[in-house]
Ligand binder design. Structure first.
Ligand code: HEC
Ligand code: HEC
Length: 286
């Protein structure tokens, strides 16, 4: 695709290369909206992906977490940390003029504290997933699935950043396995294991390190995708722990079985047992 010196894909390349977007822009014109909207449209995906250094991404993620958000006068947090680390690595490898130049970091900070402070999806994960979409639009589910699986099943935080930050020394912190991609469950299970409060600086340090750990794993996943057109997952589709649940509650119903217990009434690949600990592996039909 031809690019201008400043990296913006030329209007001609844009119109010939991105039919859907061009049609959408034409629609804007038809609606009487300014044609400028068309000229400023972002380059079509996938965006180019260099080989990343996962350790560099990790350290940048850690420090990105602590970066001060002048709008709120507190640290930017996990989602911003991961996104800024990946973007910095990508931009420095590609040099100026890549489509990645145009993404403002401010657009990632909503992920902090489990997405708008709701304790839902861990923001570190939320910071990586949009980058996956832009680099690998056809493989974001498989790549994101690997990131979430790794996050749920790995004792975190790692000790790799214990001596990184001269201003904050929290070595040898307790590790926990979240069993869930949710901020609330991840933080609570760590607080239980460590005996620390969720409002403590120890907990913040833990989340800072997890921001680094997630940035590193995201870089590993991006490298695994590389310049391929299809991502080959690291993990098998479902962990044993809840494959059985998925079989009845998520998989599309097959032709009726004698006992008729395929429900297809749930969605997602979270570990069901974290929230339904008492659910029997196979629940018999009453
Ligand atoms: C063989 C199929 C099957 C498997 C495997 C299975 N379930 Fe169920 N599950 C059912 C049926 C049938 C019901 C009852 C549905 C109803 O009565 O509406 C049910 C009900 C439930 C309910 C509703 C609350 C309740 O207690 O009635 C939850 C939650 C649930 N299952 C979670 C799970 C989880 C978690 C797993 C894996 C550990 C799992 N199920 C495995 C078939 C299954
Ligand atoms: C983050 C927590 C969480 C996770 C993870 C989770 N659930 Fe649930 N689930 C809930 C809550 C909360 C409800 C609604 C309250 C209830 O009925 O227990 C619910 C409801 C359900 C129901 C309907 C229950 C009913 O009363 O009939 C089913 C079936 C179910 N979940 C299955 C699953 C399966 C299968 C998985 C794994 C793929 C899963 N859930 C993972 C929290 C969770």
């Amino acid at each position: 695709m031809s690019k201008q010196a400043n990296g913006v894909v030329s209007r001609r390349a844009f119109l010939t290369g991105a039919g859907g977007a061009a049609a959408a822009a034409a629609g804007l014109v038809a609606l009487g909206l300014p044609a400028a909207a068309e000229a400023q449209a972002a380059p079509s995906v996938p965006w180019p992906l260099p080989v990343l250094n996962p350790d560099v991404a990790r350290d940048a993620g850690y420090f990105g977490y602590w970066t001060n958000d002048p709008w709120k006068n507190t640290n930017y947090g996990c989602a911003y940390g991961v996104a800024s680390a990946l973007l910095a690595s990508i931009r420095s490898a590609l040099g100026p003029g890549s489509p990645w130049d145009g993404l403002p970091l401010e657009m990632f900070k909503w992920g902090k504290t489990g997405c708008v402070e709701s304790g839902t999806l861990c923001g570190a994960l939320a910071g990586a997933l949009p980058i996956f979409s832009l680099a690998a639009p056809a493989s974001v589910v498989e790549m994101g699935g690997d990131l979430l699986r790794w996050y749920q099943e790995t004792p975190l935080p790692s000790m790799e950043m214990d001596w990184l930050d001269p201003k904050r020394r929290y070595p040898q912190q307790a590790q926990s396995v979240s069993g869930s991609p949710l901020c609330h469950i991840s933080v609570s299970s760590w607080c239980k294991v460590s005996g620390k409060l969720s409002g403590s600086t120890d907990r913040k340090a833990r989340c800072g390190k997890i921001t680094g750990d997630v940035a590193k794993m995201a870089a590993i996943i991006l490298n695994r995708f590389g310049s391929s057109s299809k991502y080959v997952p690291i993990y098998a589709a479902q962990p044993d722990l809840y494959a059985e649940c998925v079989h009845c509650h998520i998989d599309a119903p097959p032709p009726p079985t004698p006992d008729g217990v395929r429900l297809n009434n749930s969605l997602g690949i979270s570990n069901c047992k974290t929230c339904h600990p008492d659910a029997a592996p196979v629940m018999s039909k009453k």
